[in-house]
Each structure stands twice: as C-alpha cells, then as structure tokens.
Ligand binder design. Structure first.
Ligand SMILES: [Mg+2]
Length: 418
C-alpha cells in the first residue's frame, strides 16, 4: 500500500502580503500552530507516514518544522530547491526520492477527503493513467479554474475566470512517478504545465468529493481558517470491538491466517472514513495475560489488518487492546484493570488522545460487555449479531443524520442501546 505523500510547500504566498514576508505560506499559524501541521496529522492518521516536503522560499523554516514534528512512526523529510523552478521543477528535483506511486498535495489547501479512497485502486501498471485528481464541486469556478470531467476522466483544465457551477482542482492527487518524465522544461507548474498535457492525452482520472475545502492563500479565507480548521478537526468517532465484529471470533486469534473478515466489515470502516468519522478498534486480548501470545503479536496483527483495510480505501485511526485479565496469568498482566471491557478505559483513552466529539459517536460490539463499556464512556452502544456490518453502520448513520446514502435491505439484526 501507498505510504508516501509529497507536499508542495515552496510557494511564497504573495497574496497574503506582509504575513509571508518571513514565513512560507504553509507555516502560517492557524489557531496557534502551523497550517502544515494539520496536513501532516491528517496524512499520518490515514497511514501516509512517509512525507516529503518540497520547499523553496525560506526552506530553513521547513527544516525546523520537520524537526519539531518528528515522532515515532513518522518519516518527515524536506528537499529545498536551490532556485525557484516552479512546482514542476521542485518535483523533478526530488525524482530520485519518489515511490512508484504517491500522493501529491498542495501545502496551502485543506481538503478533508478519505485519502485512501483516492489511492485505491492503484493507477494501472501499464502507465495509461498517470494521475488521479481529487475534485471539489463549487458554486462558481471563476476563482479557481474549471475542470471538465467526462466519465471519470479529466478532459480539460481551464484557467481561472470561467464562471459557473462545476468541479475544481482540489489540490490532492495520486500520481505515477512516470508523470515526472512528462514535465515541461523548468521552471514549470504542475497545475498549469503538466496536468493539461496529461489530460489532453487522456491520462488523468478525476473523482469528486463533496467535503470541507479551504484555500488559505487569500486573506479572507486565511482569516476564516482560524476558527473553521480547528473546529473541523473535531470528529465523531466509531468504536469497533474486534473479534466477532470486524473478524470472525474463533477464540484468541493472533495471526493473519486466523482472520476472516465479517461480511461488510471493511466496507463499514470505509463508509465511516468517507463520512469523516474517526474509527477506533477497542479489543480485550486476555490471551496475552493467559500467555497464549504476546502484545507484539497483537500489534503485528493490527498492522496487517490496517494494510488489508487500506487496499479497499479504508483505515483505522488507532487500535487499542487490553492485555489484562483479573484471574489468569501473572502480574503485570494479571490485574483488575480499568481497560478490560465492560470498563470504559480504552474508549476514554481514545477520547483523550484524539479530538473526539462524543455527540453522535458510537460503538458496535457483539457482547453486552461491549455495550456496557460504551454506556460508561457516555456514547451509544449497538449490539451486532452477525449479518452485513456495513448495512448496520449505514443504519446508524442514517438515524444520526450523517448517512451518505444509506442502503436498504440489510440482512443484519440491529439492536440499538442508548
Ligand atoms: Mg467480540
């Protein structure tokens, strides 16, 4: 699966006046932290943990940003161009560092999409399509430049000034490395130099996402960003018990070959990702206390499950497991802990570590103890008794008004507990 994301952060941001005299536009503070920090967090939580910044103006500030954002599990690097060569020139300069396919993002826009949806399936290996562009429908395309989309292909890209409703370039792309070879001579722009060429050759797909979109490059929207972006980070969360909900409960599963996904499980996670929910797994793993397997087995299995999910455009934001048991094994695992369900410890930890909006958050479990943990954490719990998990989740979203076209004909037995 894709892990690399490349962010264009070389822009000077002249439209913002003296604000960017000393600071690259993506590093301007939004509610007291660099705008770029929000983008990096968003990429990392969705599994894009190898991030490459293409810097120009004040590249030294980008190096400092990388140092400040450093954390385990996140690779964050910066390449600074020696002289301005446009976004295309910056990409060409980094060509040797690029994976076969990667995400490319503008560093001055926030488009709140399911990035794994854009990345799946991968672009065809034969090179017939070199880019997939995330599009946003707007009431008037004049400020941005209109995109003509026909049967999923971008057939034309217009300059700014064309008025009327339609899709615009959302500033996030899945790119094939071979596209670098199609760049015009430097200096050149990816947006106005490369993409029109590729579109004319029929090599650009487009997907429309009707999600939150903001371009901080103009003063009005930069002012708006101060309140809107922090608020948009606060999300409802879905908590899933693991065994018996996401995968068949065979008793103490701890290896990939023991995992059979429940019907509609991966689709349910994707539906929640698409709708902008945070998704967590909260699982009792008393098998650790019993000495049947180790916590490293649990973590390795969860990494495998994450990669499986990402192949279908889904992801889990974090897995929480309780390794304890009150009556089995030896200390420290043999203990009366606060995390083993029906205790709510794992849910409360997730709610402390992530910007969770409790109102509208929910848990799905296959035991009464799961539902009790949800109630103790102050959220709704739903008992799942087999059948299509995606249909069950669609029903929950439809009832809460967050549905994205809920399906009918469920085949799932639903019991909501408030
Ligand atoms: Mg269970």
């Amino acid at each position: 699966m894709l892990h690399q994301a490349v962010i264009l952060v070389g822009g000077r941001g002249t439209r913002l006046g003296p604000l960017t005299d000393d600071t690259p536009k993506p590093l301007l503070p939004v509610s007291e932290r660099p705008f770029l920090g929000y983008l990096v967090d968003e990429l990392a939580r969705q599994g894009f943990d190898d991030i490459l910044l293409l810097a120009g103006y004040r590249g030294d500030r980008m190096d400092s940003f990388c140092a400040e954002m450093r954390r385990p599990g996140l690779r964050l690097r910066c390449v600074t161009e020696p002289e301005p060569a446009g976004t295309g020139g910056a990409l060409r300069l980094a060509a040797d560092l690029l994976e076969t396919q990667f995400l490319l993002l503008n560093g001055d826009t926030l488009f709140d999409i399911n990035l794994n949806d854009l990345a799946s399936p991968p672009l065809p290996a034969d090179g017939s399509v070199l880019a997939r562009m995330a599009l946003r429908r707007v009431p008037d395309t004049a400020r941005y430049g209109a995109i003509i989309l026909e049967n999923g292909r971008v057939t034309a890209i217009h300059e700014k000034g064309r008025t009327g409703e339609g899709p615009i370039n959302g500033g996030i792309y899945l790119l094939d490395r071979r596209a670098v070879g199609r760049l015009p001579p430097s200096p050149c722009s990816i947006e106005t130099g490369l993409f029109p060429l590729l579109a004319a050759a029929g090599a650009v797909e487009g997907r429309v996402y009707d999600r939150f979109f903001l371009d901080i490059g103009v003063p009005d929207d930069f002012a708006l960003a101060q309140s809107v972006i922090p608020a948009s980070r606060r999300r409802r969360a879905a908590f899933f018990d693991r065994d018996g909900v996401l995968n068949e409960d065979i008793g103490f599963a701890h290896r990939p070959d023991q995992i059979a996904w429940m019907p509609g499980a991966r689709e349910a996670v994707k539906r929640l990702n698409d709708a902008g929910f945070l998704v967590f797994v909260v699982t009792n793993q008393g098998g650790v206390a019993r000495g049947l397997y180790s916590e490293e087995h649990v973590r390795t299995l969860h990494r495998w499950m994450q990669e499986e999910l990402r192949t279908v455009g889904a992801h889990v934001d974090a897995f929480y497991h309780c390794p304890h048991h009150p009556d089995h094994g030896e200390p420290p695992y043999r203990t009366d802990c606060r995390c083993r369900k029906p205790e709510p410890g794992m849910l409360l930890q997730a709610m402390a570590e992530w910007p969770v909006e409790p109102q509208g958050s929910f848990l799905v479990g296959d035991r009464e103890t799961d539902v009790q943990a949800a109630q103790r954490a102050g959220i709704e719990g739903t008992l799942y008794r087999g059948g299509d998990l995606d249909a069950l989740v669609a029903g929950i979203l439809a009832r809460s008004g967050a549905g994205l076209g809920a399906r009918s004909g469920t085949g799932a037995e639903v019991e909501a507990v408030r």
